[in-house]
Design a protein around this ligand. Structure first.
Ligand code: HEC
Ligand SMILES: [Cu+2]
Length: 222
């Protein structure tokens, strides 16, 4: 978490009742299926501090394994870390690679990439094609459409899937680079991918990385 910037968690549970508990912050909040609860705090940076997170509600066999860590970084170190993650363990990820990695962590439980059915529509040939929506005229899933609908799944619901959408709202969960990389990844899975556009996005991303690396080197030189 970035130091000195207020953080608000909006929480819900996919299964049973849990409780998000940060003993060092003296704060605890129930995490409930089909409902949102929230918690907020203002993290302060302390050198090398790690704050443990526990589940404070007995929730089943794996209860004792539910845990996480909070580390508070300076705003600059936080941005650097986010950027580093986007570049992968070898520092060489393309936008597509980053998108694939995000897909595996956040989307693959509901979306296949090979055409097979799942909780949500497959990403094979989703990009660039027109789709039917329960509550909206047919629309082509282009960059703008996907950007808006990844951030807010309730805007229009793909026909054949229940309304309200079972997809989480990702507004506030995914930053602009993450959404862009997911869309580039979706493009690569479509016959209507427009390879020239993918190449242009990747080239712009490399430029952005180089500029960031240069800014950092200049900062160090000073
Ligand atoms: C819990 C299941 C679930 C997860 C996780 C999930 N989705 Fe979905 N998604 C759905 C369902 C169900 C639909 C169909 C209903 C709708 O349109 O919202 C859908 C639809 C979509 C669509 C089609 C939207 C459109 O308007 O054409 C896109 C794009 C999408 N999801 C992207 C994502 C991305 C990106 C992630 C991960 C960051 C993700 N989804 C995670 C369930 C999920
Ligand atoms: Cu739990």
């Amino acid at each position: 978490m970035p130091a000195g910037r207020p953080v608000k968690l909006i929480m819900t549970s996919d299964d049973v009742l849990h409780a998000f508990f940060i003993p060092d912050f003296r704060t605890k909040m129930d995490v409930i299926p089909n409902r949102y609860t929230s918690m907020w705090f203002l993290p302060e940076e302390k050198e090398n501090a790690v704050y443990k997170v526990f589940c404070a509600e007995y929730c089943g066999d794996k209860h004792s394994e539910m845990g996480a860590q909070i580390r508070v970084l300076s705003a600059k170190a936080y941005e650097d870390t986010i950027f580093k993650w986007a570049n992968g363990p070898d520092g060489k990820w393309t936008l597509r690679d980053y998108g694939e990695n995000l897909y595996k962590g956040k989307c693959s439980s509901c979306h296949s990439i090979d055409g097979s059915p799942n909780t949500g529509p497959t990403w094979k040939n989703h990009f660039g094609y027109s789709h039917d929506y329960v509550d909206h005229a047919p629309a082509v899933a282009d960059d703008q459409w996907l950007n808006d609908h990844i951030l807010n799944s309730q805007l229009a619901v793909v026909k054949g899937y229940g309304k309200p959408s079972q997809m989480p709202v990702f507004q506030g969960q995914l930053n602009a680079l993450q959404v862009q990389s997911l869309i580039v990844y979706m493009r690569t899975l479509s016959d209507k991918k427009d390879q020239a556009q993918i190449d242009a996005d990747e080239a712009a991303y490399i430029k952005q990385k180089e500029a960031a690396a240069k800014a950092k080197a200049d900062g160090v030189a000073k």
